[in-house]
Ligand binder design. Structure first.
Ligand SMILES: Nc1nc2c(ncn2[C@@H]2O[C@H](COP(=O)(O)OP(=O)(O)OP(=O)(O)O)[C@@H](O)[C@H]2O)c(=O)[nH]1
Ligand SMILES: Nc1nc2c(ncn2[C@@H]2O[C@H](COP(=O)(O)OP(=O)(O)OP(=O)(O)O)[C@@H](O)[C@H]2O)c(=O)[nH]1
Ligand SMILES: [Mg+2]
Ligand SMILES: [Mg+2]
Lengths: 289, 272
């Protein structure tokens, strides 16, 4: 396991020695392998280990400090640095209609998350869930069922997504819902027409919060996907779903590093309560044990 | 000759990066590079051609034998959101166009809107769907679907199941039970266990494949969403470690967005 491998690397480093380029090389390699196996993006890993190397070399190994712990601490701190400070997430602002928009690739968990968000804020707000996916068979039914079985108001109509969202905001105001959650259809970041549709929705309703919803099991390509969604929409935060899988979730590091946007929430199951605020420390230990 | 070996090292580094960025595991990438170095000694072909050959050899051949004149059952499973239900619609159209008589089983009785979703697809393709209204169990739907397919002398029964994470023991046990029902109740049928894998998935795909393989066995893989920018290198890792073939790929959200898996095309796309 990683901790034992790092121990072996520093076995020969005695007290009052320094961490040198030579003995760090193997430790760096082990970290590199662990991060790649955790799906952290290749280019992000390269940057990460270069910085670890620079910060570790020349560090004095004081006689009562275990070099393994020292190296580990540097790595741990670097992961926390890459993930950014704890994210306050999103808060309901009083006296206005708070509008949240969910976007992402096909099957990432947006529709389920729409219901979870409503549930998460049910005591702080009166949610209106909006079905703006007009493409996927029975997408509106899926969301309507989730809304109805959890006693949430639901809005949709037989129009295009921009119109649905605009009318939903008016409906919310009339019916005193101060939190509107817009569920959109899954799409590829390279589908120009569908990306434009998201931009049109944004322009029409000016959401307070746009969340990029991503699957925690996603691989190397998520960096390009996240960048593209961010460039088109200037997203406010990220929601990582299926965190209850045994995926190490390296996407968290890559997405944050490349877009600067933080993970606000994680989905930890299929039920409406399976939703939590994200804390960076959880990923650090998951990534490197 | 020294100059030539320098070029080769550069090429190896570039290939290593390509493979990792394609979601091939570090382990499989290193194995491929090791094979390349051995091949390179006795083979003066272009390095990239040697790499392509090595990878093509890793990927097993198509083993799917759907034939008329008997009941064929495709049992479809995989983790949440990978494209199982949409894939079943595509498979139904694919085989209907070849003259197969088909029944679909709506055995995802759990997720909101799941039965509605497959109902829309069944209607669009024009195939019979066995489903239960209201609360029901997957085993009950499968029982009825097998009876129905046999009574109507169908050539093909495709079974949809709920998405499930491989680390959810109770859900895997449920899948084992459904697999057993299919084996025992339709003993004379040709049964094919099809894992649907999302091409955008990272290294977790190997764990998914290992778990499903250990518990119910996987005959082949449907690699969905290769129209995304992900390369689907997970298929190479799984081929290398578990010897399971990819038989189809999903290239979009419409009924015709399905293609037979072509090793050459796949390997070409990894390196473009
Ligand atoms: N285990 C687990 N499953 C989840 C989680 N979030 C969503 N799912 C499941 O993932 C699958 C896909 O969820 P959807 O909400 O339909 O995904 P979507 O992004 O709306 O899909 P499209 O609209 O087709 O793009 C469903 O089976 C959900 O139950 C999660 O946090 N954990
Ligand atoms: N781009 C693309 N999208 C796909 C492909 N296959 C399926 N999808 C989309 O992926 C999303 C999820 O598809 P589903 O068929 O509902 O997936 P599923 O595995 O049945 O999901 P659960 O039953 O909830 O586990 C839908 O938006 C599909 O349109 C594909 O090959 N390419
Ligand atoms: Mg949806
Ligand atoms: Mg499904």
């Amino acid at each position: 396991r990683l901790q034992e491998k790092i121990k072996d690397v520093f076995r020969n480093l005695s007290g009052s020695g320094k961490i040198s380029e030579k003995n760090i090389e193997d430790g760096i390699r082990e970290i590199k392998l662990a991060l790649l196996e955790a799906d952290v993006n290749y280019k992000v890993v390269k940057e990460f280990v270069d910085e670890i190397k620079r910060e570790s070399i020349g560090q004095k190994v004081i006689s009562n400090v275990n070099p393994v712990d020292l190296f580990y601490k540097i790595v741990y701190e670097k992961i926390k640095e890459y993930l950014g400070p704890e994210n306050k997430g999103f808060d309901i602002k009083p006296g206005k209609t708070n509008i949240v928009m969910l976007v992402g690739l096909q099957g990432s968990g947006k529709t389920t998350t729409a219901a979870k968000l409503a549930y998460f804020f049910k005591d702080k707000a009166s949610p209106l869930i909006v079905g703006a996916d007009i493409y996927r068979p029975a997408a509106k039914e899926q969301l309507r069922n989730l809304a109805v079985s959890n006693n949430f108001a639901f809005y949709t109509e037989d129009k295009d997504p921009v119109t649905i969202c605009k009318n939903a905001i008016n409906y919310a105001k009339k019916n005193l819902h101060n939190l509107v959650i817009l569920d959109t259809a899954g799409r590829l970041h390279i589908d120009n027409e569908l990306m434009k549709e998201l931009v049109d929705i944004k322009k029409a309703v000016l959401p307070d919060y746009i969340f990029f919803v991503a699957d925690a099991m996603v691989g190397q390509s998520i960096v390009d996907v996240a960048k593209s969604f961010d460039e088109h929409l200037d997203i406010n935060g990220v929601i990582l779903t299926k965190f209850d899988s045994d995926a190490k979730g390296g996407a968290t590091l890559s997405i944050k590093k490349v877009t600067g946007k933080s993970i606000s929430f994680i989905g930890v199951g299929e039920k409406i309560q399976d939703f939590e605020v994200f804390y960076p420390e959880r990923i650090a230990s998951r990534l490197i044990g | 000759n020294l100059f030539k070996s320098d070029i080769t090292e550069e090429i190896i580094e570039k290939i290593e990066e390509d493979l990792i960025l394609s979601d091939v595991s570090v382990d499989t990438t290193l194995k491929i590079i090791k094979r390349f170095r051995e091949e390179r000694k006795k083979n003066s072909r272009e390095p990239i051609e040697i790499f392509k050959n090595i990878i093509e050899e890793i990927m097993p051949d198509n083993n799917l034998k759907i034939e008329k004149g008997r009941l064929n059952i495709i049992f479809v499973f995989g983790v949440n959101g990978v494209g199982k239900t949409t894939t079943i619609a595509k498979l139904a159209k694919f085989y209907k166009d070849q003259g197969f008589s088909i029944t679909l089983a709506a055995a995802d009785t759990y997720r909101s809107g799941a039965v509605d979703q497959i109902s829309v697809w069944a209607e669009r393709v024009g195939v019979h769907l066995v489903k239960h209204e209201g609360k029901s169990k997957p085993s009950a739907v499968i029982f009825d679907a097998i009876d129905s397919a046999i009574a109507r002398e169908r050539d093909l029964l495709i079974v949809d199941t709920a998405g499930r994470l491989h680390n959810r023991e109770n859900l895997i046990q449920e899948l084992e039970k459904l697999n057993k029902i299919l084996k025992t109740k339709a003993q004379d049928a040709y049964k094919y266990n099809l894992l649907v894998l999302d091409a955008t998935t990272g290294q977790n795909a190997l764990q998914q494949a290992k778990t499903f393989s250990e518990h119910i066995g996987i005959d082949g893989i449907f690699l969905s969403k290769i129209d995304s920018t992900a390369k689907g290198g997970i298929a190479i890792t799984i081929a290398n470690e578990l010897k399971i073939p990819v038989v189809f790929v999903g290239t979009g959200e419409k009924l015709d967005d399905i293609e037979d898996f072509d090793k050459k095309d796949f390997v070409e796309s990894i390196f473009e």
